[in-house]
Design a protein around this ligand. Structure first.
Ligand code: ISE
Length: 343
């Protein structure tokens, strides 16, 4: 059932029809009343045509920048490979079109700065970044509990981020860029502080993995206002996909609970099912994220989720974490000044 938003229908172009892009396209088509999927692009044109057919016969483009510039497209979702996000986001800024870029905003600090500089020069916030945990009801409940103030000052963020499995040969750097960015964003968002220092170590969980693989990372960070963070990212956990976020405060703590599952008792067991991946675990968050994105466009106001500054800060943290991971030493960096364009 589509959730009705304001009158003006937003015609969205979706770039990338892999698992994430297809999910965004179907959520927009099925759950957001104020949006329609007007255009689709993927390098795999057969896959693009298939998704276009599932979304009311959207136009299929052979070039993503033509999709961005097309008059039938009001706004763009970028869900193509990570290293294409910054360039395509810059194309959306040039076209003056709102864009929801999947994380990460960029795969290098330099590319993140290019997007930041372009949006600041434009003087208008058109870029939203897909850190969807900010729209996860369980994470939002932790945010409310901490913001309430009754627990006292937030002292420590504890994150657990487990994937069931990843492709053979994945490196620690790729995990930091592609996966840990969620936890870096959650740390900043839930503590309301900025990262200043980090130390990253990793291990290889099994002897049959590629010798260069470090699939379990332990990340320790020091933040402003004398707060800390510790994050485990383990991408070959095998049993399923699981994410938790806890904030420890002066007089208590708040932690994410199990998302809409039942405790099933049978055959001498008590058990909760574990989702197989992020699409299953965060479906509600993805719907709420695109609903808010479309409403922000209709109402002509900034998106309330992660913006370009958040995407840049996450990449800055990621860059320093890669340096720490490679060197085996603590890395620090100056928190940059935030342009007035960002709250
Ligand atoms: C993936 O790209 C995501 O964004 C998921 O949310 C994350 O849990 C996973 O580790 C990433 O590979």
């Amino acid at each position: 059932m589509k959730t009705k938003t304001n009158s003006q229908t937003v015609s969205v172009g979706v770039i990338g029809t892999g698992g994430m892009g297809t999910r965004h396209a179907l959520n927009l088509h099925r759950a957001v009343g104020g949006a329609r999927v007007a255009a689709v692009y993927d390098l795999d044109q057969d896959r693009a045509r298939q998704v276009a057919g599932m979304c009311g016969q959207a136009l299929v483009f052979e070039d993503p920048e033509r999709l961005i510039d097309d008059s039938h497209v009001d706004a763009v979702v970028i869900a193509s490979p990570d290293d294409t996000h910054a360039g395509l986001t810059l194309a959306c800024l040039r076209a003056g079109k709102p864009v929801l870029s999947e994380k990460p905003l960029a795969t290098t600090v330099e590319d993140a700065v290019r997007v930041l500089d372009a949006e600041v020069a434009l003087g208008q916030r058109l870029v939203s970044v897909g850190y969807m945990r900010r729209f996860d009801p369980q994470h939002m409940a932790v945010k409310r509990a901490v913001a309430d103030g009754a627990l006292g000052r937030p002292l420590l963020f504890k994150g657990v981020h487990r994937n069931a499995a990843v492709p053979y040969g994945i490196t620690g750097e790729t995990i930091l860029i592609n996966s840990a960015g969620h936890d870096f964003d959650s740390t900043r968002w839930l503590l309301g502080e900025e990262v200043q220092e980090m130390f990253v170590r990793g291990l290889r969980s099994r002897a049959d993995l590629h010798p260069d693989t470090r699939d379990l990372l332990l990340i320790e960070m020091a933040l402003t206002n004398d707060s800390l963070a510790v994050i485990e990212v383990y991408v070959n956990a095998d049993y399923g996909y699981e994410v938790s976020a806890e904030v420890v405060c002066q007089r208590g703590s708040a932690i994410t609970t199990l998302a809409d599952t039942a405790l099933v008792r049978s055959e001498a067991q008590r058990a909760h099912p574990v989702p197989k991946d992020w699409l299953a675990r965060f479906q509600n968050a993805y719907v709420l994220e695109v609903l808010e994105w479309v409403e922000s466009i209709q109402e002509g106001r900034p998106f309330c989720g992660a913006n370009t500054w958040d995407g840049y800060m996450t990449m800055l943290i990621t860059g320093s974490s890669i340096e720490s991971f490679r060197s085996g030493t603590v890395k620090s960096f100056e928190v940059p000044c935030k342009p007035a364009l960002y709250p």
